[in-house]
Write a new protein. Structure first.
Length: 332
């Protein structure tokens, strides 16, 4: 199956109940793979449409436009303006209903699970378990990804540390955070999708070697590019305020030099931009900066927020240091 078709079907399925694949979207993928989806009942072709939505920005008040044939062309006529018709092709008249339950079953079977998926709630399925007993739960509906909706559904699932949640596109960091704090492992559905088949890549379903909870701590790499003012942790880009980046750069420099401890005075100077101020930077401001950096590291590595204190350690009245292990520093 073409990579784009697999992703297209899952994107449409995540758009809401009773998803539809338009003929225009389907046209590039018509062929044997598409025919197999029709034969399996994953796709069902609907009757050809005989009307078309109103013109963009239409103010005439008319509803659907009739589709007529004019000089051998299919045209969605505008009742108010004969010159405003929309020329269509045959694919525009076609559409296909997606049987989401069957699509999910095919996804699970293609990944190697012999038992059918267990539907836990609207838009939520338990696909199966990995060899280590970790459960893999698929969420297709972005609305079902909201904590107040999903957490009650997951009560029947295994304990949080043993569950991977496959989340659909459009789930923002705020919705992800409560699950990360509860030690669920979150993976983007499209990121885990096989590049050529409607199946999942199993090696992407468990916490990876890039610093997620439960993996070898020695591979949690922090890369800081001082000249480029960029940093990454556990393979993910860090988003920091400019002064917070300066603080992180001092921490990273000391760790890379083998000194470990970054002195409080040096960190305060970095937070001030290296400038002499009439009113010096308060220690409380440094504490807030460190807190933001900890949160950014945990977010990048999919670690619970409270684990941030284990990554940047406070040495009372002296300064802070990056914990090594688990962090290994590379200055670029």
């Amino acid at each position: 199956m073409n990579d784009s078709l697999a992703k297209l079907l899952l994107r449409r399925s995540a758009a809401g109940p009773e998803p539809i694949l338009s003929g225009r979207d389907a046209a590039p993928f018509l062929g044997p793979a598409f025919a197999r989806l029709l034969a399996k009942g994953i796709l069902t072709e609907l009757p050809p449409t005989s009307s078309w939505p109103p013109c963009a920005g239409c103010t005439c008040g008319f509803g659907e436009r009739p589709i007529v044939e004019i000089d051998g062309r299919l045209v969605a006529e505008c009742p108010d303006d004969a010159n405003a018709g929309t020329v269509l092709d045959a694919a525009d008249l076609r559409s296909f209903a997606i049987a989401v339950d069957r699509l999910v079953a095919m996804l699970a079977a293609g990944t190697g699970w012999s038992d059918p998926p267990e539907r836990l709630g609207a838009g939520v399925w338990r696909l199966g378990d990995l060899a280590d007993g970790r459960a893999v739960v698929l969420i297709l509906d972005p609305l079902a990804s909201q904590p107040h909706v999903l957490l009650p559904v997951l009560r029947a699932a295994p304990a949080p540390p043993s569950t991977t949640l496959l989340v659909p596109p459009g789930v923002d960091a705020a919705a992800r955070r409560p699950f990360l704090d509860m030690r669920y492992h979150l993976v983007g559905l499209l990121d885990a999708l096989h590049p050529t088949e409607l199946s999942l890549q199993r090696d992407r379903l468990a916490p990876s070697a890039l610093g997620t909870a439960g993996t070898d701590p020695d591979v949690m790499l922090l890369t800081v590019n001082v000249l480029g003012v960029t940093a990454s942790f556990a393979g993910a880009q860090l988003r920091l305020r400019p002064r917070d980046f300066d603080v992180l750069a001092v921490l990273a420099r000391e760790a890379a030099d083998g000194q470990a401890l970054a002195r409080q005075d040096d960190l305060l100077r970095a937070l001030s931009g290296g400038e002499d101020r009439a009113e010096p930077i308060a220690v409380e401001q440094l504490e807030k900066s460190i807190s933001r950096i900890r949160e950014a590291l945990c977010s990048a590595a999919e670690l619970p927020r409270q684990q941030g204190r284990d990554l940047i350690v406070n040495v009372t009245r002296r300064g802070y240091r990056l914990a090594s292990p688990p962090i290994r520093v590379a200055l670029a």
